[in-house]
Design a protein around this ligand. Sequence first.
Ligand code: NDP
Ligand code: 2IT
Length: 454
Amino acid sequence: MTETIDFHPLAASVQPVFTTVLDRSPHEPEFHQAVHEVLHSIAPVLEEHPEYVEGGILERLVEPERQIMFRVPWVDDAGRLQVNRGYRIQFSSVLGPYKGGLRFHPSVNLSIIKFLGFEQIFKNALTGQGIGGGKGGSDFDPHGRSDAEVMRFCQSFMNELYRHLGEHTDVPAGDIGVGGREIGYLFGQYRKVTNRHESGMFTGKGTGWGGAEVRTEATGYGAVFFAQEMLAVHNESFEGKRVGISGSGNVAIYAIEKATQLGATAVTASDSSGYVVDDAGIDLALLRQLKEVERARIVEYANRRPSARFVENGSVWDVPVDIAIPSATQNEVSAAEAQTLIANGVRAVSEGANMPCVPEAVDAFQKAGVLFAPGKAANAGGVATSALEMSQNASRQRWSFADSENKLREIMGDIHDAAFRAAERYGTPGDYVAGANIAGFERVANAMLAQGVI
Ligand code: NDP
Ligand code: 2IT
């Protein structure tokens, strides 16, 4: 993403709000991109609902309720002082406590956390649960750091963030660079400094200490369930399909697992150093060992698996597939890569990551008739299952894996249907981008109207 992105003009009802965003928050290209997409989708809704315009819904929605930025000092293993920056954007609480992950990655800045927080408002609304939207993180890079360094960083991060959290206030979870290890350290430090042992103030916890079954798997599984729903509308399925997946983290691993369980062959995985192609199907046990245990680079997969090859320079989207599930990071699928996927006959794209396809790529997929699921719908299974974890924590219950997976499948079906119906209502059948934005927006906007100017 660059600042030179050429946003197409919006309808007169929403352009002034976008202009204010550009003026008030310059140098935030990812945030601009996320806002532009939502405003474009909901312009037709405003024409039918002047009360949303009169209620100043948009002006309020694009401005976070609270933005927290803080210093995170810590000492590395060599005894050197390090300083990172921490963020928590509490975007909207109209549907419940702020809810959304923490990202630790060197690219993290205000723009990225704001785009993620903004997306989270509508995603969380789509889940049907009582959760508002938020996001946080740091420019800390866990790669190559010892467990002790990661622990010290997490403790310092929480020494500041704890005062803004709570099971009824703000409930973080994982995202890029924040998995089970980091969540353990963050949760432990929260309990220590607050002396409040409320397990519901963090989700994605280990299943032995308050975590819910299926939360680890939920985002990847959910992205596959959403694609399954889109395909079912056309009497198609995963059976016998080749699936291309980017990333090799939490979302990618469990998207591979579920696609494979449904009879497809997942043929790719990647990380920031390159990608692997394995026509025999990704060996999930090996990938998990490398990524979850050894924290190795993806080339190791090809070193240990004869049917696989590693490609260092190139695009994972050059590999011909029937279904693509981008599951690494934002703007990882360019317009040219979308054209390659289309030329190779891709049938469906389900965004496991947040905003992985650039706007021109989304347009290209939709124009070519490819079934396209936007991240805020397709990857909502993660946060939906986080809300199930909060419910279980509050009621001191534990649900089985099978019950939890069934609930996730049902929620993804409901999100699909809500997006599908909203797109039909506004005359763009099959457009899941418009449908998801409209369905999420309507729930948020109605709650904002009901609750007055706050
Ligand atoms: P992980 O940290 O577990 O894995 C991220 C994967 O993507 C790694 O393989 C990483 O490679 C790769 N990656 C990350 N950044 C880049 C980059 N800039 N360039 C190339 N590769 C990159 O994260 P998750 O799987 O949790 O998250 C993946 C995506 O899914 C993100 O967009 C996240 O926001 C989204 N998401 C996650 C949810 C969750 O529950 N975890 C829920 C909903 C959405 P490397 O190790 O080399 O950096
Ligand atoms: O982007 C996301 O939805 C997440 N990283 C998960 C958020 C959550 O609170 O489970």
